[in-house]
Structure formats: C-alpha cells, structure tokens
Design a protein around this ligand. Structure first.
Ligand SMILES: [Zn+2]
Length: 493
C-alpha cells in the first residue's frame, strides 16, 4: 500500500486509499482508553518518515528565504543538540508546528497572513521554542479528517475492512496524528515557547513585538474561520491565543534587540517575498461549489445530497448525512479501468462479498454497481457501491449506512452515484484558485474601494485583517496592501 502512504493529494491518480480502511482507523482512535502521553509523543523517526507525505511548497526562492531566516533564529536557540530544518507546508490554513527532531513547519496559509519579517521570525522562533523546551504535545484528536470520520461512524465501522487495507490507510489517515500536528500544547508550554521565541527573535535582530502583532491577526482570522476546517488550525495546536497577545506585548518591551539587520526591512519588500503565493485550496485537488464537487484532473463532478456535510479529505471526498448515520465517499481506485475487474479487486482487498453486481454506464462511462453487507461491533452495515471507468483506474463510490437504516438512504446514494459525470465547460470555468498580490493603497480609500480597484477576492474584513488593519479602516496613502486574485486552473486535461 505504498501508494497510499506516499500520496497525500486527494483523489490523485496514484491514490488508492480506501474510505473503509480510513474510517476503520479513525474508529480505532475513539476506542479504548486514551493513549498515555509518552506513547503519543511523536518520535524523531516518525516525523522523518511522515515528511515525504507532507505536501510542501516547492518555490525555491521562498523556501530558501524561510530557511535562511530560520537558521539565523536557530543559532540563537538555547538548544543546540538538534539540527533545525525549516519547511513550508502547502496547506491553506494558517498554522505552524514543530517536530521533536528540530523540524519546523509553517504553512503557506500562515505566510499569506504575515505582514512583516518580524512577525514571521517570531512565529518561527516560537516553534523553535517548542523544540528547545522539548515540549510533548498532548494528543487530542483535533484533526478534522479523523474527527469527521469518527463522528460519522465511530466504532461501527471497525471490522469492516481487514488486515492490509487498514495498515496502508493508517499511514495516510494517521499522518497528521502521527506527527503530533493535531496535538495541543498546554498553557505553560505556550508561555515558554513565546518567551524563547521572542528572545531568539530579538537576539537575532528582529522586533519581538512581531509576535504580538501576528497573534492579533490570528485571533481575528480564527474568529472568521469555518469550524469544519479539514486540517488543524493554529488555535487548535496553540491554544490560549488571547492571553498571549497581552503577555508577549509586555515581554517585548523588556527585550533588547541584537545589532544585526533583518533580512527584509521594508514592508513592501517583505510582501515581494510572499507575492504570488497560493491562497485557499489548491484547485488541482478538486473544489466544492455548494454540494457539487468538481475534480479537474480526474474530470468528474458529483452532487452530494442536499444538507449533507461535505469535505474533501486526503483519502476521499466525503459527504455525511445530517443525522450522522450515513456517509457517501468517492475515491480514485488505481488499477484496472474495467469496472467489473475493479469491483472484484476491491472486494478481495476489503474482504467483501458483492451482491447484485451489474454493469451499466454512468455519465457516459462504463460502470459497475453492487451491494454488500459488512459486520461491525455495532451491527451489520449496508454498502452501496459503484465503479466508474477513468483512465488508469476507476472512481469508486461507496454509500454506507447501518443495515437497519439502509432503505432510508438507498435513493439518495443512487442519485448521487448517477450524478457522476465528466466536467462540462461551465464546470471547468468554476475550478479556480487564488494568489496573493500587493499594491499601494490610495489615501482615504475604503476596503470596498480598494477591492473594486484591484479585483480583490478577499472580503473587506479579511482584507483588513490580512493587512494588519481593523475592519472598516481606511487606507493610508502609499501603504502596501495585500489582496488576492482569481487564477484559472490550467492543469488537467
Ligand atoms: Zn505553540
């Protein structure tokens, strides 16, 4: 199952992850007593192993810049027995995290919201603080991908998928948990990391007040963020944001700054560093337009039932019934493009006995449908399955509900399965991404006026927060301002 472990991109052609196995694993996380703290601490080896699975931003200039900044900070760290390494993770959510081996990560989502090198230096300094303080994060299943699956099925799914399937998906579904990325530090650890981070930043020549400014921005972003974000938010892994704004400001006043010049002094030069970074989801991974999911590279769309909660996860795109007693998932099953062959392969792998296997066509492509029942500790589960031909494999659609309630969902599963179709030209136009830009503000300009002039796609409030301003503020003349533009997706067919 190396293909699963080595590929985090949702629904890419090489992804063979199984929804069943992923939910099986997630179910396990909710079973039994909480793991003890020692066992939950991710080891250096596990971080190194998981590293290839983390999607990283490849921009060589930006990466070199973050590394140079990080290394200068690391030289001031009170802990020198580890080799610090710095990475930009290709995630839209603003976050930063550290592994015990000296690995420090910031997301592209975080970079987009920083407004100066001082802010970035303090954020990275704070993560160095977690490494230096040897902080073991307390494991909590905060990663929404796991949390969601938990809530969908809980332990009911345990026993559905067996053996090797589960082991492979474990690597994928567990990658966030395994690295401790979803873990929360406690109050004292946060305080100590702020202290080390601000000290390190000040000694290396940056303004320790940058920590306070960025925490203020984060506090406002978190207030706007959707609660069902797929990946752990900064607040989830670094709680106590509010009190840190005050305590870091007080501390900053007591710290002396080193003589070295920052790498980037002016705000517009800092913005130039992060200019054109992607903001928001990567359209190559598929996007939701309401209940309709559009995947440009696999060239399909599917309509999830109205009112269902939908989520594009690494292993699958999923919908969950409002009553949380049914899920519908679509995955790419690499291998044979012959739906009947794909069905047989999957049945063997998942140890399922297929009933009523019938071939047909869905959205103009050869397809096979089947039913199955699987045992679980909570009683039998009913599965409605379909395989739809695509180059290099099939799209596998699975509807899953407790057997006793299967009849309630049968029509909904069938309608969603039948909605699978290649993207129309109009669908393709909707698959867009966003990129960061910056330009000068006009004196007295409102956020709305600025957005109209620049075709900015951030809301006025987000624009203000992203630029370190209060919502409703008017612009100062010549102040550099960040905004985002829509970029058509050009990949795929
Ligand atoms: Zn922290």
């Amino acid at each position: 199952m190396a293909a699963v472990a080595g590929d985090l991109r949702p629904l890419t052609r090489s992804s063979a992850g199984t929804l069943l196995a992923a939910t099986l694993l997630a179910g396990c996380a909710s079973l039994g007593p909480a793991p003890d703290r020692e066992a939950a601490v991710p080891g250096e080896a596990s971080v190194a192993q998981a590293l290839p699975q983390l999607p990283l931003v490849r921009d060589p200039e930006l990466t070199a810049y973050v590394q140079a900044l990080g290394e200068r900070l690391a030289r001031q760290s009170p802990r020198q027995d580890v080799e610090y390494q710095f990475f930009i993770v290709d995630w839209p959510e603003p976050n930063a995290f550290a592994g015990p081996g000296g690995f420090v990560f910031v997301t592209r989502g975080l970079l987009a919201f920083t407004n100066s090198e001082d802010e970035l230096a303090n954020v990275i300094g704070h993560e160095i603080g977690h490494v230096a303080g040897r902080h073991a994060a307390e494991r909590e299943a905060r990663a929404a991908s796991i949390d969601l699956a938990n809530r969908m099925l809980g332990s009911a799914i345990a026993g559905v998928a067996g053996g090797g399937v589960g082991a492979g998906a474990a690597a994928q579904a567990g990658q966030v948990a395994g690295m401790g990325l979803n873990a929360a530090y406690n109050r004292d650890q946060e305080r100590e990391s702020d202290e080390i981070g601000q000290q390190v930043a000040a000694q290396a020549g940056w303004d320790p007040l940058g920590m306070t400014r960025f925490l203020g921005t984060l506090e406002q972003i978190e207030a706007l963020q959707k609660p069902d974000s797929q990946r752990p938010t900064y607040l989830a892994s670094h709680p106590t944001l509010g009190e840190r704004v005050d305590s870091t400001a007080t501390r900053a006043a007591t710290l002396e700054r080193g003589a070295a010049d920052p790498l980037t002094k002016k705000q517009r030069d800092y913005y130039r560093r992060i200019d054109r970074i992607r903001v928001g989801p990567d359209p190559a991974l598929g996007i939701f337009q309401g209940q309709r999911f559009l995947h440009p590279d696999l060239d399909f769309r599917i309509d999830f039932p109205g009112g269902w909660r939908v989520n594009n996860l690494p292993a699958a795109v999923l919908g969950m019934a409002p009553g949380r007693d049914a899920i519908l998932g679509v995955e790419f099953q690499a291998g044979s493009s012959d739906p009947a062959v794909a069905a047989a392969e999957f049945a063997k792998l998942a140890r399922l006995e297929l009933k009523d296997l019938a071939t047909s066509s869905i959205g103009g492509a050869p397809a096979a449908r089947a039913q199955a029942t699987a045992g679980s500790p909570a009683g039998p589960l009913s599965l409605q399955l379909a395989w739809i031909a695509r180059p290099g494999g099939t799209l596998r659609v699975i509807g899953l509900a407790p057997a006793a309630r299967a009849a309630k969902y049968q029509a909904g599963f069938a309608a969603a399965t039948d909605s699978v179709a290649p993207l129309a030209r109009d669908d393709r136009r909707k698959v867009v991404g966003y990129e960061l830009r910056f330009t000068k503000g006009f004196g007295g300009e409102s956020m709305q006026e600025f957005s109209r002039r620049t075709q900015n796609r951030w809301s006025p409030d987000v624009t203000a927060i992203a630029n370190g301003l209060r919502p409703g503020a008017r612009l100062e003349a010549d102040r550099p301002m960040k905004y985002i533009v829509e970029v058509p997706y050009k990949g795929g067919r």
